[in-house]
Design a protein around this ligand. Structure first.
Ligand code: HEM
Ligand code: CU
Length: 537
């Protein structure tokens, strides 16, 4: 077989390159293999993060010391936060499904810079390893929370440096992925695929990539300044040396608020793919979704102050940030409206990916609406730093991005692995997970309103009832996760083999290529004539 034929006939799972076995994966520049490398890494670390979460919830099942003391709890929520944010949801959908499907969905053979893509994964792993050393070296694991607030982050004796530096390295990985995706989308769309014929998942990856490029350097520099402050005492943030700790919060949130859109936009993209396919209907308001995506990516830069309402800003700054925060709610609401309108009068096909998509809308609404409570000045002051905030962001990042991730894996699984998972187990896992999720996080809103602060291993007896329900919910939810993961992992190895190209009846390009895709995806680059969601025929 000639070189070119080989690349068109062999599946990306089977091809033999320069290296064999494991090396053939960790040195592969194929975008699909790199997507799976990220998937496996995330699976491993999500499990670590989830166990930490479960242990924290078990600690909170009763007041007093149930399982661990205050210092261990502090270390747990710090590592939990760092893993869940920097290792899971920030790279999350772009790194796994963006890598795997962006080139295919726009009709390309790979991303623009395949080697840079592999380097991104290596940097990501290096960053994780550096973070992990913080757990074992020096004077105990970091206890600052994932936000590394000044001045505590350079006063605590705990081993903060590797955690901060590891996050810094992971930031590079994120920037490189962003650059790669922007260039890929600009330069490598198939002939005929104009901007407004591009599917919505790539569109959201595009918005996300710009945030990755423009916002991540800010956190990079900020984290380095923490390092400099700790080692050299340069006095940028340290009030004792004339520095300003509030400046740290500004710099931190100038990145970290846009970063929440890095987390959620690709999730919205996935939902915009799944809903039309399982409603057998063209997406309602394609352009509105595109424009609202770009609007969110843009306005998201100007709202960071809503994390700092209690830090002593001027009245004018307070009103401005609060007002702008309400503005971002509009494009998000536009999307919800479009998804619901797409389902309206569609012929709904109730399958696992669709369950995840519909429940995404439900939990995302709860997360979004409680975000408005946090965005209003008067109510923010009351619930700031309580479990209300913890409930809110778990509804958004876990309920939003996490549910979208589950929708994505159940939607694209047969294409990725050439095997099918068990639908019965998948639906059961979803059901248990959904019940557990709401039992776990919903009571936290009420606990927060009652005044239970976050980041404490202990609480007043008044809060006991809500915490019992919430902690039991954590165990239910974890049972759901175990069922879901076991089903997927088993099916990736032993599931029913399939070469069917288009099991769900999708219209985007990934459903026209082989299952599993060949090394170069397309034998011939397709020419695009129609929009991406044409269900008319
Ligand atoms: C898997 C089940 C999970 C459980 C049981 C869980 C539980 C918890 C608990 C108990 C806390 C500490 C609350 C406090 O005392 O302040 C916490 C904090 C946090 N969680 Fe989770 N969580 C889970 C999943 C996730 C996911 C998927 C994400 C992100 C996508 C996430 C992100 C965070 C963050 C950022 C914090 C704040 C850490 C900090 O305060 O520095 N969690 N979680
Ligand atoms: Cu924010």
């Amino acid at each position: 077989m000639s070189e070119a034929n080989y690349a068109h006939n062999v599946s990306y799972l089977d091809y033999k390159g320069q290296y064999k076995g494991l090396l053939g994966w960790i040195f592969s520049t194929d975008h699909k293999r790199i997507g799976l490398l990220y998937l496996y890494t995330m699976l491993a670390f999500f499990s670590v993060g989830a166990i930490l979460g479960l242990l924290m919830k078990t600690e909170l099942i009763a007041p007093g010391n149930t399982l661990m003391g205050p210092q261990t709890y502090n270390a747990f929520f710090t590592l939990h936060g760092i893993i869940m944010i920097f290792v899971i949801v920030v790279p999350g959908l772009p790194a796994v499904f963006g890598n795997f499907f962006l080139p295919i969905m726009i009709g390309a053979k790979d991303v623009a810079f395949p080697r840079l893509n592999l380097l991104s994964w290596w940097l990501y792993v290096l960053g994780i390893l550096i973070v992990l050393t913080s757990q074992f070296l020096g004077d105990g694991p970091p206890d600052t929370g994932w936000t590394f607030y000044a001045p505590y982050s350079f006063r605590t004796p705990a081993n903060v440096l590797p955690a901060v530096f590891g996050a810094f390295v992971m930031g590079f990985s994120s920037i490189l992925t962003g650059i790669n995706f922007v260039v890929t989308i600009h330069r490598m769309r198939a002939p005929g695929m104009t901007w407004f014929k591009m599917p919505l998942f790539p569109w959201t990856l595009y918005g996300t990539a710009w945030i990755q490029i423009l916002a991540t350097p800010v956190i990079g520099i900020t984290l380095l300044l923490i390092v400099a402050e700790r080692i050299l005492g340069i006095g940028i943030f340290d009030p004792a040396l004339g520095g300003d700790p509030i400046l740290y919060q500004h710099l931190f949130w100038i990145y970290s608020h846009p970063a929440v859109y890095i987390m959620i936009l690709p999730g919205m993209g996935v939902i915009s793919e799944v809903i039309p396919v399982f409603s057998r209907k063209t997406i309602f308001g394609y352009k509105a979704i595109v424009l609202s995506t770009m609007a969110i990516a843009f306005v998201g830069y100007f709202v960071w102050g809503h994390h700092m309402f209690t830090s002593g800003m001027s009245g004018r700054a307070l009103y401005t940030f609060s007002f702008l925060t309400f503005l971002v709610a509009i494009p998000s609401a536009i999307k919800v409206f479009n998804w619901v309108s797409t389902m309206h009068k569609g012929s709904l096909d109730m399958q696992t990916p669709f369950y995840w998509a519909v429940s995404f809308i439900f939990v995302f609404m709860i997360g979004g609406l409680t975000g408005l409570v946090l965005g209003s000045l008067a109510t923010n002051v009351h619930v700031h730093d309580t479990h209300f905030v913890v409930a809110h962001f778990h509804y958004i990042v876990f309920g939003g991005t996490g549910f979208a991730f589950m929708a994505a894996i159940h939607y694209w699984f047969p294409k990725m692995f050439g095997r099918m998972y068990d639908l019965g187990w998948a639906n059961l896992g979803w059901g248990i997970f959904f019940i557990g999720f709401n039992t776990l996080y919903l009571p936290m809103f009420f606990l927060g309103i009652q005044g239970m602060p976050r980041r404490y291993y202990d609480y007043l007896p008044d809060f006991h009832g809500g915490n019992i329900i919430s902690s039991l919910g954590a165990w239910v939810m974890i049972s759901g996760i175990v069922i879901i993961f076991a089903n997927l992992i088993r099916s990736a190895r032993y599931g029913q083999k399939t070469t069917e190209k288009n099991p769900w009846g999708g219209k985007t390009l990934e459903w026209q290529v082989d299952t599993p895709p060949t090394l170069e995806n397309f034998e011939e680059i397709p020419v695009i004539e129609k929009g991406p969601y044409d269900f008319e025929d």
